[in-house]
Design a binder for this molecule. Structure first.
Ligand SMILES: [Zn+2]
Length: 227
């Protein structure tokens, strides 16, 4: 198991401390194993390939700074260099990252909520298409009847899936315990993602199915339309 700790000379704490020739170096040690959620430390925990610039928070001054980190050799120690105040670009990216994480649950939940009326509305469009292609006098056999029901059923099931995706989930979140917040967020996101993907796939299948069924029924009931 590689040592994932890195000791960094803090550019925030040491700012202005080097006057008079006496350099007081204040250092902080960070464990990169489970580093701040937005930043993947994997790239530097395995091999000594390219340096990676990470954003760190100074525990003394509560300010962000950045440093490049690089492993000396495979499973070797991690060196930090290029310590400096966070660059304007990285500062903006950091804020965007925070925004993306806090929005991720909201976005998937509102997508589910939007898709419910889209699915049910699709049933209306689907039945309206029959009214256009077929005269009212035309009657279906039992097989045709069942086949024409299938896309409508698929739309209803997809709507139910989206409704379940938007369903509020109870999670025991302890604000003092960031790990519990992260776990809850992942749980909600993962379980919802499954429903969103499955329901959306079913919705797409239902659209394709609906088009095929409308064309098939129209083609096989040309005689009714003529008569
Ligand atoms: Zn510091």
């Amino acid at each position: 198991m590689a040592n994932n700790e890195v000791t960094i000379t803090c550019p925030i704490c040491n700012a202005g401390h080097t006057t008079g020739g006496t350099a007081t170096t204040i250092q902080h040690t960070y464990d990169l194993t489970n580093y701040q959620i937005p930043i993947e430390a994997m790239a530097i925990t395995e091999s000594p390939e390219g340096a990676k610039t990470l954003i760190f928070n100074c525990p003394a001054k509560q300010a962000l700074f950045q440093a490049a980190v690089k492993r000396r050799e495979k499973n070797g120690l991690i060196d930090a260099f290029d310590m400096e105040a966070i660059s304007p670009t990285n500062s903006v990216l950091f804020d965007i990252g925070k925004q993306m994480i806090s929005d991720s649950l909201k976005v998937s939940s509102s997508f589910c909520a939007t898709m419910i009326p889209v699915c049910t509305g699709a049933i209306g469009v689907y039945t309206a298409l029959f009214a256009i292609v077929l005269p009212k006098t035309c009657s279906f056999g039992i097989t045709t009847g069942i086949v024409t029901l299938l896309p409508a059923l698929a739309f209803i099931i997809a709507a139910t899936g989206f409704a379940y995706g938007a369903f509020p989930r109870y999670q025991n979140v302890v604000l003092a315990d960031p790990q519990s917040i992260e776990t809850s967020r992942e749980n909600i996101f993962r379980s919802r993602q499954v429903w969103v993907v499955a329901s959306f796939a079913l919705f797409c299948l239902a659209i394709v199915g609906a088009v095929i069924v409308v064309l098939w029924v129209a083609a096989t009931h040309l005689s009714c339309t003529a008569g």
